[in-house]
Design a binder for this molecule. Structure first.
Ligand code: XIL
Length: 288
């Protein structure tokens, strides 16, 4: 029968999941991952606190495990993430403060180590906006004294890997004309290749994400749905998200944020803790 992975491919899309390398040795996890999900996003393994917990001390064990897992099973990778305000080890702000040269050196170092040639997508910037659509006052913003760090991050990422699709990714940017959506729309320009919509929806409050995807498509970028589930997800919400991607030609795929319920910060996934298919699974598969 069809799986999420095969059904998506039949529609010219991918279906993916965020993964935890510590579970790769669990047979039920590895089997479900291989069968159901064609693309992997490292849930934590490529974040700065994982890859460079202390300055100059790189640790790619988990990231490499994700690369290896994907290679063994013919899966693609959404790399996640280069520039984010969160999961940034304390040494970064402590070392650089608001010194742009030091901050740039730190950013460059991570870009150069960001798995060139091995990723399909790379979330270069994650969650750069406030809810009102203005820029978040993150370490990066403060070091550059403004938004220019975003363009610089994309330039560095492009220089480090000429072929990976460079993504900007955020949440609460799914309603067609919200302030944050408008702010997001206004910052997408070359060399950004793709726009990721996290889709952390609250059940019963699902915006018209298809309209939003179509709006962003006019910018000449591809789009992807990168991190459902929302809180309190209902099966119909998954169907809505899946349908939205299906209805937009430049939507390349959907990634759910975990393989099964216990492997997530939000336990509303498609498989339960025993890898049994939930109603959400069936609704998603039927929507593909
Ligand atoms: C989450 C991980 O799933 C957790 O394990 C971690 O403790 C916190 O981060 N938006 C993102 C993801 O872009 O990187 C976050 O992942 C969830 C919210």
């Amino acid at each position: 029968g069809q799986t999420l992975r095969s059904a998506a491919v039949a529609k010219g899309k991918y279906f993916g999941a965020a993964v935890s390398p510590n579970l790769f040795a669990t047979a039920a996890y590895a089997n479900a991952l291989k069968k159901e999900y064609g693309w992997l996003t490292p849930g934590n393994a490529m974040k700065r606190d994982a890859t460079e917990p202390a300055q100059g001390q790189f640790r790619f064990t988990d990231a490499d495990a994700v690369l290896k897992q994907a290679q063994a099973n013919g899966q693609m990778i959404r790399g996640h993430t280069l520039v984010w305000h969160s999961q940034l080890p304390a040494w970064v702000p402590n070392t650089a403060g608001t010194d742009i040269a030091k901050a740039r050196a730190i950013m460059t170092n991570h870009s150069e180590n960001s798995f060139p040639g091995q990723l399909a997508h790379w979330d270069v910037c994650n969650e750069v906006l406030n809810e009102d659509g203005t820029f978040r006052q993150s370490f990066w913003f403060n070091a550059w004294g403004g938004r220019r760090y975003v363009a610089e991050a994309f330039r560095l990422a492009r220089a480090a890997d000429p072929t990976v699709k460079l993504y900007i990714n955020d949440f609460n940017v799914e309603s067609p004309n919200g302030a944050k959506t408008n702010g997001f729309f206004n910052i997408v320009s070359s060399p950004i290749d793709g726009v990721g919509f996290q889709a952390h929806f609250i059940s019963g409050q699902i915006p018209d994400i298809a309209a939003t995807l179509k709006r962003f498509a006019t910018l000449g970028v591809e789009v992807a749905i990168t991190e459902p589930p929302p809180e309190q997800t209902q099966a119909t919400n998954y169907a809505a998200v899946t349908n939205a991607c299906k209805s937009v030609a430049v939507c390349v795929g959907v990634t759910v944020w975990g393989v099964e319920d216990t492997d997530s910060w939000v336990p509303h996934l498609l498989l339960d803790a025993n890898y049994q298919k939930k109603a959400s699974y069936t609704y998603t598969l039927n929507a593909l």
